[in-house]
Design a protein. Sequence first.
Length: 252
Amino acid sequence: MNDQQLLRYSRHILLDEIDIEGQEKFLAARALVIGVGGLGSPVALYLASAGVGSITLVDNDTVDLTNLQRQILHTSDRVGQAKAASGKAALTQINPDIQIVALPECADQRRLAELIGNADVVIDCSDNFTTRHAINRSCVALKVSLVSGAAIQFDGQLSVFDARDESSPCYACLFPPDRAFEETACATMGVFAPLVGIIGSMQAAEALKLIAGIGTPLVGKLLMLDARSMEWSRIGVARDAGCLVCGAHSHP
């Protein structure tokens, strides 16, 4: 690191658990952020400010006026722009020394496998089960750690699925792909603005912990927040031997 980097990241370097070695891991890391909306905004902002060396933003949507209530990566003057491009503009202003790749596209399974294969950590900030399951399948097949978050109305949840750990469940262990789960969208159900900031910030924290190898990641745990009462609950999530994705009989 040069003198400017040592100064920029000094508050991380002062932490014994991170120090220069951990900061260098951040600088060498490649993060893939899928979804650049309410959750993806704080994720991307904190990864960039922390100095993650390469951040790829994937989102096929454009910035809409209704997004600005909670999607803090975007601004009024970027309404109509691709969210990925808007995100890149914001992150470049915060940290011009890192690489930001903006991909305004809807990635199919083959494309996801390509992108995830080039990532050290994947942060799922998408808003539908189809995309989440596609991301999970590739993360399991390629043994890439996955940080998953969701938020709707006043309810948020967070977990880490680390395919490098043989005891870790995957997303499909928690939400089996052969079961019907009701899709809920912000456009119809609404979402409390700070909720996505809370969950997204925690996703960024889990991603940085995984990159630096510090602390205890939320593997095998589902953390849930009721923002009405600001109460957290935590449940254990075990690996399912019969899982269609990571189980003994599966073929990722």
